[in-house]
Design a protein. Structure first.
Length: 176
């Protein structure tokens, strides 16, 4: 069967996940910022929506991991993972702003490349995902189409989520 892909230890464990959930519950955020699901990361919750993933990834996860790992020595695995995460957070934050300009496109590209380079260094046996590849195209997309809020797919993703909740029993054309 050939060589099997070896998976590295997950970037965050159960203890860190519980800390993120606790910080999420005990933090005060602006009213316009959705808190996201309380049980994210559990099998009971399922997959995060695009908006839940953005909120959780840009606010809840970094704040907790900075608190937990930010004072560790620079050469520790957790500190390196934190630095890597913050490059991804910066790329996503800049790419999803309401306005864009050349310097911002370049910064998105810099953070995306740095994130992927460090990711390969930290997890050399893990293959990249299509989303990790697509982040490399964000600078060009921003330069051609403007701010991503005008062309991202939160609305179609939300619609797909509604459709997935409709009980169908896999019987096409039959009334349920």
């Amino acid at each position: 069967m050939g060589d099997r892909l070896k998976f590295a230890k997950p970037p965050i464990g159960a203890d860190e996940l519980q800390e993120i959930r606790s910080d999420r519950e005990n933090s005060i955020f602006p009213s316009w910022l959705p808190k996201g699901p309380a049980n994210f990361g559990s099998a009971a919750h399922g997959t995060l929506s695009a908006n839940e993933a953005r909120t959780t990834g840009l606010y809840h996860v970094p704040l907790t991991l900075i608190r937990l790992w930010g004072r560790l020595p620079n050469n520790t695995t957790q500190r390196e993972r934190l630095k890597n995460l913050l490059h991804l957070v910066e790329a996503v934050d800049l790419a999803t702003r309401h306005s864009t300009f050349r310097e911002r496109w370049l910064a998105v590209g810099h953070h995306a490349h740095t994130y992927l380079s460090l990711l390969k260094k930290l997890f050399p046996t893990i293959l990249g995902t299509p989303n990790e590849h697509l982040i490399l195209h964000q600078p060009e997309l921003l330069s051609r189409f403007g701010p991503s809020r005008g062309w991202w797919s939160f609305v179609p993703e939300r619609f797909n989520g509604f459709i997935q909740q409709i009980p169908s029993n896999h019987m096409i054309g039959a009334l349920v």
